[in-house]
Design a protein around this ligand. Structure first.
Ligand code: RUQ
Ligand code: CUA
Ligand code: CA
Length: 642
């Protein structure tokens, strides 16, 4: 440990006696979470706690007048709803939900042929998966800022990564990662490690939490010491898996450097434990760094194996085989007990690991990690330039671009604002350096945190959002399931000011917040983007090829191009619908009673569905999306002859 009990700053006094959480203490504190309705666990912060009441001057920022637009986009993960959500900030209004991994009734995601092709189907045409757990979402970069092309999001349950196009706000590709379980952290790179001309995202890194037998096909099931975890690189454009690294211990969250040279994952289970007490047995775990250029050289040189039926190259990143810094692909920097988030500071200098079971934050200087890889730093842990106590249960860190970090303290139910340079000075021996700047109570048990533009070179220090895992008494009770509480905090001044609470449907995890002018959304599709598009309503009609029937139909408010269409019982019907309305916001729906069909088509969009016409009769297909004064009249008849 960097600090001794007798030389702690005033900020740290009071934390000392609580500095290490053993299993018993953790269990006690966890129970405390459930029992602390009236009085959340509060750190005895010497620097004082900001008032939780909104300040009059700032709170108006979150209450936009009718017709006013937000100044920031927020991209939120939806947790085990499996979706992605778009919020406007600072109002906190939810504007949109983007289905990716799981079906969605509004748009017909998981029902149309196009969405099924993205989601993946079994040989019988049904969806391969219908559940997902999204945690981490990050967007593509150029020049250290968001470029508005893509966002990526993980599915922890089925180890899938989805890409969302940020022009149309739709998911266009999903890839399942081979030979891993518990895929959690995700982060795009920000530059190529070798070619400076590539100053934008071309790779996405994925950390897998759970170790499994490799391959996981029935062998080694009773030998957990043989279970292994891997770190995965996915190509940002093709969404193919490029390579994987076999590691010791596990992966969790991920971070990438601005120069493209390093990626990292925090490790809470260097013990390779199977049960939680095994995973807590070591005093220090690690932040594991990957030397991207060397890994890709090794792949190019054929120094890899493959696992099971996967063709993905797997390189060896284990400790034993990466001892020589000059050739190492990986570097295991030690970090106290079961760390959680790893976050890159906007000045591009540091990665910060939050302690979780240690009340500390660890600051790792990236240039020193690179020195170690160059053989210029004898001891890898000398890359740690600060390890300071900040409070109980630190999880994730955001930045304001003015040298301050904001870390959630799960057990203390607080956000702590601390100064990175002061923490480094304190760690170097200047015990007068006051690194804790402010503390703010949040409600309650915060996990994720992010600030406007925080994970870019343009961190602007205006707003901080905090994802509180327990809302308890903050909203009208609605039965046993409480919403989460996303709180918005003004961080433009010295003191943090709590602006607003927002109930959100469970259960968001990570999110990013960025300036609205970084996105150029399109509101009308290009009809040429759809191979099946029906460009003229005169092409509408029914064509038959044996038992296979194609129905082509277009929509233009308030009518469908066919007034009725006839098929025969037993036909396999593929219905293609193009919305020829090209006016912004003029969306139509298409529902077929008793056939479990409903989907929408946006302006100039084309979608198709395929079903067996197994019930004879008359079926009024109608428009489900309000479009016109004659919306209710917008119908056609499907006649199925017996
Ligand atoms: S990490 S468990 Cu994905 Cu803090 Cu939310
Ligand atoms: Cu078309 Cu409602
Ligand atoms: Ca551990």
């Amino acid at each position: 440990m960097s600090q001794k009990k007798d030389d702690m700053s005033t900020e740290a006094v009071g934390l000392g006696r609580r500095r290490f959480l053993n299993t018993a203490a953790l269990t006690g504190l966890t129970l405390g979470v459930a029992a602390c309705n009236d009085k959340p666990e509060t750190a005895p912060a010497a620097s004082g706690t900001s008032a939780a009441a909104p300040a009059a001057h700032a709170s108006s920022a979150t209450h936009l007048k009718p017709g006013e637009l937000d100044t920031y986009y927020g991209i939120w993960s939806g947790g085990h709803t499996g979706d992605m959500r778009i919020l406007g900030l600072p109002s906190g209004r939810e504007i949109h939900r983007i289905p990716c991994f799981v079906p969605d009734a509004l748009v017909g995601w998981g029902l149309t042929n196009e969405s099924k092709a993205v989601m993946g189907t079994k040989p019988d045409g049904s969806l391969r998966y219908t559940v997902a757990d999204t945690h981490h979402t990050h967007a593509s970069y150029k020049d250290g800022n968001y470029d508005g092309r893509y966002a990526w999001i993980n599915d922890k349950i089925n180890s899938r990564i989805a890409r969302v196009r940020l022009d149309y706000f739709v998911c266009d590709k999903i890839t399942e990662l081979p030979n891993v379980q518990g895929f959690h952290g995700i982060f795009p790179d920000k530059a190529d490690p070798v070619d400076p001309a590539i100053n934008y995202t071309t790779r996405v890194f994925c950390g897998a939490e759970f170790a499994i037998p490799l391959p996981n096909n029935g062998g080694d099931i009773n030998n957990p010491e043989k279970y292994r975890s891997m770190f995965t690189c996915v190509d940002a454009e093709s969404m193919e898996v490029r390579w994987q690294v076999l590691i010791d211990g596990n992966c969790d969250l991920t971070a990438t450097s601005y120069d493209g040279k390093l990626a990292a994952t925090n490790q809470y289970n260097i013990e390779n434990g199977v049960h939680y007490e095994d995973m807590m047995s070591s005093e220090r775990d690690a932040c594991l760094f990957f030397n991207i250029a060397r890994i890709e050289e090794a792949v190019k040189a054929g120094k890899f194996t493959t696992v099971g039926t996967s063709k993905v190259p797997v390189v060896d990143g284990t400790r034993e085989n990466n001892k020589d810094p000059k050739t190492a692909l990986t570097a295991y920097v030690s970090v106290p007990k079961n760390p959680h988030g790893v976050n890159a500071s906007p000045d591009a200098k540091y990665f910060i690991c939050a302690g979780k079971l240690s009340p500390t934050a660890t600051v790792i200087e990236l240039s020193k990690v690179l020195d170690w890889f160059d053989g210029k730093l004898a001891e890898l842990d000398k890359a740690i330039v600060a390890e300071v106590e900040i409070g109980l249960g630190p999880l994730h860190t955001a930045f304001d671009g003015r040298g301050n970090a904001y870390t959630t303290l799960f057990l203390d139910s607080q956000v702590v604002k601390w100064n990175v340079d002061a923490a480094i000075k304190f760690h170097a021996g200047d015990k007068t350096a006051k690194y804790v700047v402010d503390r703010l109570d949040v409600h309650y048990q915060p996990g994720h945190i992010n600030a406007s533009q925080s994970e870019t070179r343009m961190a602007d220090g205006k707003y901080l959002a905090v994802g509180c895992k327990f809302s308890k008494d903050r909203f009208l009770p609605v039965g046993p399931l409480h919403p989460e509480n996303e709180q918005i905090i003004d961080i433009s001044g010295d003191k943090m000011v709590l602006l607003a609470d927002h109930p959100v449907r469970g259960e968001p995890h990570d999110f990013i917040i960025f300036k609205r002018d970084l996105l150029k959304p399109k509101q009308v599709y290009d009809i040429n983007d759809f191979p099946l598009a029906i460009k003229d309503s005169k092409e509408s009609g029914v064509t038959r090829n044996g038992k296979k029937v194609t129905v082509k139909i277009t929509s233009q408010a308030p009518a469908f191009s066919l007034r009725e269409f006839t098929v025969k019982k037993g036909d396999e019907v593929t219905l293609i619908l193009t919305n020829l309305d090209k006016i912004e916001d003029l969306t139509h729906g298409f529902a077929i009673p008793k056939y479990n069909v409903n989907f929408i088509v946006n302006p100039l969009e084309t979608k198709s569905v395929t079903f067996i016409a197994d019930q004879p009769g008359v079926f009024w297909c109608y428009c489900t999306h309000f479009c016109h004064a004659l919306h209710l009249e917008m119908r056609t008849r499907m006649i199925v002859e017996a």
